[in-house]
Design a protein around this ligand. Sequence first.
Ligand code: ADP
Length: 136
Amino acid sequence: MERTLVLIKPDAVQRGLVGEVTRRLEAKGLKLVGMKMMHLNEAIILEHYAHLADKPFFAGVKKFMQSTPVIAQCWEGVEVVDAVRIIVGITKARAADAGSVRGDLAMSLQCNVVHASDSSETAKREVGRFFKEDEL
Ligand code: ADP
């Protein structure tokens, strides 16, 4: 069975959308196997968003992701990485499909409610970054 990482981002935490995002993933039939609230320190942000480190908007993303704690979740299911990406929608929330989390709940490119792993390989690394095996 595959696993994936979801981070419910500070905008969603502040707007009280933790339950709504979690409800959608549970209703789909995915299994929540780990969850914790955590403040993201410098090191974990640099590692998690290493692919964005040279982008002009990186400082903004870092500040946003540290503005409140996030909710880290590990979800399990058949082809769960792709299933969650479909539920989440594309990065630019205002252009995301209606019915997706970002399409229904956000307008922003930066403040787009959730992070979800984008491939099986990335998911393995990202789950390991946020959870110890005995927390799952
Ligand atoms: P995704 O989260 O959809 O996998 P990326 O990995 O490309 O997208 O980007 C990570 C996060 O960085 C996005 O979810 C968003 O919060 C932020 N981001 C991406 N591109 C921009 C941008 N052009 N301006 C501001 N923030 C951005």
